[in-house]
Design a protein around this ligand. Structure first.
Ligand code: GLN
Length: 240
């Protein structure tokens, strides 16, 4: 941790915040506070400089136009690159995941990404909308991923990243793999918001940010209920 409080930056809420992705900042802050960690959540709009000294950066989903603008501003700002060089954690969702790669398509035009993850996104044949579930990379030691996806892009992973999960329901990157990670950078197509539906993933980000290997367990009755409800809905849809 860079200071005595955990600093979480919610990147460009004015551009990148669809399908409840703001909840990711709330969940992270709450789970840290419940373990006695002082937390600061900074909401940095796209017309502000991005501080480079925070512990966790959250980038949410966005429509094509805001996504392209967000990527251009992040490239011009350079703060996220400096933060990554200093070892900060980055969690990107959907548009916020695609823009971490080398390129993506928005409104039919190819845009440069931040090149922080070895992946590129193209346009898919259909829009991927609905439940997204998968078995997470065993090295991360997490239970199954649960989420909701809504995107037109498809993502090809290069050799320098690992897939976050193997898809069991939905599309994710390409119908086979979902999301990607390298070091302390992790991206997913999962909304929901992702960290409310996957509290173990929130705790992984907190462990990466704090260097604490074992966090005290929390009562996750409500998120377990949500996860089970969504799992049952997916199973019912598969039977129909
Ligand atoms: N604009 C991107 C796409 O459609 C991302 C959408 C999103 O963030 N929900 O692929």
């Amino acid at each position: 941790m860079s200071t005595e409080s955990l600093r979480i930056v919610w990147v460009y809420p004015d551009l990148l915040s669809t399908y409840g992705d703001r909840g990711n900042a709330l969940i992270l802050a709450r789970r840290a506070q419940r373990r006695g960690m002082p937390v600061e959540v900074l909401e940095i709009r796209s017309d502000q400089r991005l501080p480079a000294a925070a512990d966790i950066y959250l980038i949410g989903g966005g429509e094509d136009g805001p996504q392209a603008l967000g990527a251009q501003r992040l490239l011009a700002d350079g703060g996220l690159h400096r933060a990554v060089a200093q070892g900060s954690v980055v969690f990107g969702v959907c548009a916020g995941y695609q823009l971490l790669g080398t390129s993506f398509f928005a409104k039919g035009t190819k845009y440069a990404g931040l090149e922080l993850l070895d992946l590129a996104s193209d346009r898919g044949p259909t829009r991927a909308v609905g439940e997204l579930a998968g078995e997470i990379d065993q090295r991360l030691g997490l239970p199954a991923l649960s989420g909701f996806e809504n995107h037109g892009g498809r993502t090809r992973l290069g050799p320098e990243v690992a897939p976050l999960a193997r898809v069991t329901t939905g599309i994710g990157n390409d119908g086979v793999t979902e999301g990607a990670w390298r070091g302390k950078l992790l991206g997913t197509y999962s909304h929901g918001p992702a960290l409310a539906r996957n509290p173990a993933l929130a705790d992984l980000l907190l462990r990466w940010a704090t260097g604490v290997h074992q966090l005290p367990p929390l009562d996750d009755t409500w998120s377990d209920r949500l996860r089970n409800e969504r799992r049952a809905a997916v199973a019912a849809a598969a039977r129909a």
